[in-house]
Design a protein around this ligand. Structure first.
Ligand code: T46
Length: 132
């Protein structure tokens, strides 16, 4: 499975907490894009696609959700519910996001600029790609 749940180093003191994300340091790629997802609803699912080359780091800044990760052979479920955990997803991983808490906020760091051609949005096409 091409994913990892990373424990981020937290700088905490009486004022609060801080986590730093740096490209090619604790983020294992050059950061080309940042986007965020918010105003989520519990009955809505997102994702349902894979990426041919894209790598991403996803952090639940607030609230919680589940990622179902699938490499074409097995499926694993990862729950994101803390801003000091970062989910790394590498290429060729089908992902579905579900069970969002109201107002969950996800921040995503990506290794490439947005390119719709790089998405695999059909599960059968994904299976063909990983079984090549
Ligand atoms: C992923 C999960 C975690 C853009 O125009 N630029 C962007 O950078 C992104 C990410 C999306 N869009 C457009 C494309 C769609 O018209 O925003 C719309 C919603 O995107 P999508 O349906 O792909 O959103 P999710 O939440 O299903 O998936 C997103 C990312 O697309 C994807 O790479 O891994 O979050």
């Amino acid at each position: 499975m091409n994913y990892k749940l990373l424990d981020m180093k937290v700088f905490g003191d009486s004022r609060g907490k801080l986590v730093s994300l740096e490209g090619n340091q604790n983020v294992p790629f050059d950061i080309k894009r940042v986007y965020y997802i918010f105003d989520t609803l519990p009955d809505q699912e997102r994702g349902k696609h894979a990426h041919k080359e894209l790598e991403q780091i996803i952090v639940a800044m607030d609230g919680a959700c589940e990622f179902v990760l699938d490499d074409g052979k097995t499926q694993e479920v990862v729950r994101l519910n803390r801003p000091d955990k970062a989910l790394y997803i590498g290429k060729n991983m089908w992902r579905e996001m579900r069970h969002f808490s109201y107002g969950c906020k996800l921040m995503v760091l990506a290794s490439k600029h947005y390119d719709e051609k790089e998405y695999i949005r059909n599960y059968d096409d994904f299976l063909k790609e990983v079984n090549k």
